[in-house]
Design a protein around this ligand. Structure first.
Ligand code: ASP
Ligand code: MG
Length: 379
């Protein structure tokens, strides 16, 4: 008598908005999933909203109200991913592959109450596991969960990555693939720096710093969760050739030097009364506190900041490399190159693996090119 065979391994695949932008692309994603199933894997596919849908829904909310109520905002923007999940499940079924769509709540993603920037506090994957048990593909709406008060919440812009990683950890997936229109993580945004190189391997710790600095390929909460829960993660292109980037918990064989930029930041004076509770209530993330100001990420605020806060927009370029701050001879090349290029450095800091420069917003892309070039120059 032969021993019962082990259940097929589970893989989690996350498809970003540009990979599901229209029905032809959704059909192509269905074929990609069908091929993974044919290869003997059980699949959980996490989907983003189609193309620009989330931006459009947020713009609609902002037309309805200058500071949209955050609970209602979540009711609205969680819809984008649900459209994709249902369409993809229909397409898979037409290919003869059993598939069922599930919302974040149905997939057991429990979050805190911070609407439009919620953190996952628990995952109860029973229903998801029941779905994939018999080979049915589970299509999960990314970017959303449910709070203990049973309110629909969303996980912050880019949060479908978080959905994929938390589910991969909960079901002990073999690995988690983040599929988008770029072939992994680059040493800078290739649209800004044409000479940017793809990073074959990237330590998860460095990936957290890149995501924190504004790199758009991976969402920081997702990378942090992968680091903390030992999820095997790759970032690669959905349809294109290329080997993607492997994200490793351990030190990767190469030591990347990468440059990111962020213009969704404001400097807020910390002298205002209630500054911290006001920031938390409006969905701002505090990036750092420097002297009398907090540097705050406002990408999930979606409305006007409270009048009581004194806020100035800031733009920063950030370089990340192992122990970079401790080697001023290295980063000073970039510092000097910014001056030579006539880019006004308004503030500057260095600590650990990170060095940053605050520059005028209209010179941010130039600053990324200059810093990337200077840090990659041999010698
Ligand atoms: N659709 C959401 C966004 O555009 C979530 C995601 O795609 O990860 O931010
Ligand atoms: Mg994304």
């Amino acid at each position: 008598m032969s021993a019962p065979s082990a259940p097929a391994p589970i893989v989690v695949q996350k498809y970003g908005g540009s990979s599901v932008a229209d029905l032809d692309k959704i059909r192509a994603v269905a074929e990609r999933i069908a091929a993974t199933v044919a290869d003997g894997r059980r699949v959980i596919a996490v989907v983003s909203a189609m193309g620009n849908t989330t931006n459009e829904l947020i713009a609609l909310a902002q037309q309805a109200s200058p500071a949209p109520d955050r609970r209602e905002l979540d009711m609205l923007i969680s819809v984008g991913e649900r459209i994709t999940m249902a369409l993809l499940a229909m397409c898979l079924r037409d290919l003869g592959v059993a598939a069922r769509s599930l919302t974040g709540s149905q997939s057991g993603i429990i979050t805190d109450e911070r609407h439009a920037d919620a953190q996952v506090v628990e995952v109860r994957p029973d229903r998801l596991l029941q779905t994939v048990e018999d080979g049915t593909v589970a299509i999960v709406a990314g970017f959303q969960g449910v709070s203990r008060q049973r309110e629909v919440t969303t996980l912050g812009r880019g949060g479908s990555d978080t959905t994929a990683v938390v589910l991969a950890a909960a079901v002990k997936a073999e690995h988690c693939e983040i599929c988008s229109d770029v072939d992994g993580v680059f040493s800078a945004d290739p649209r800004v720096v044409p000479s940017a190189a793809k990073l074959e391997d990237l330590p998860l710790e460095a990936a957290v710093e890149l995501a924190r600095g504004g790199a758009k390929v991976l969402f920081e909460d997702a990378v942090r969760y992968a680091r903390d829960h030992g999820v095997r993660l790759t970032a690669s292109s959905t349809f294109g050739p290329g080997s993607g980037t492997r994200l490793q918990v351990k030190d990767a064989p190469t030591k990347p030097v990468a440059v990111t930029s962020d213009h969704q930041l404001v400097a807020v004076s910390t002298s205002a009364a209630d500054v911290w509770s006001l920031l938390a209530a409006c969905g701002a993330r505090v990036r750092s506190v420097e002297g009398g100001q907090a540097i705050v990420d406002i990408r999930n605020v979606h409305g006007a900041l409270p009048d009581a806060l004194e806020a100035q927009p800031v733009a920063r370029v950030r370089a990340v490399a192992s122990a970079l701050a401790e080697r001023p001879d290295r980063w000073h090349r970039a510092h000097d190159a910014l001056q030579v290029d006539g880019i006004d450095v308004q503030a500057h800091g260095a600590a650990g693996d990170v060095v940053w420069w605050q520059v005028p917003a209209e010179r941010l892309s130039d600053a990324v090119r200059v810093v990337h070039e200077a840090l990659h120059r041999p010698g």
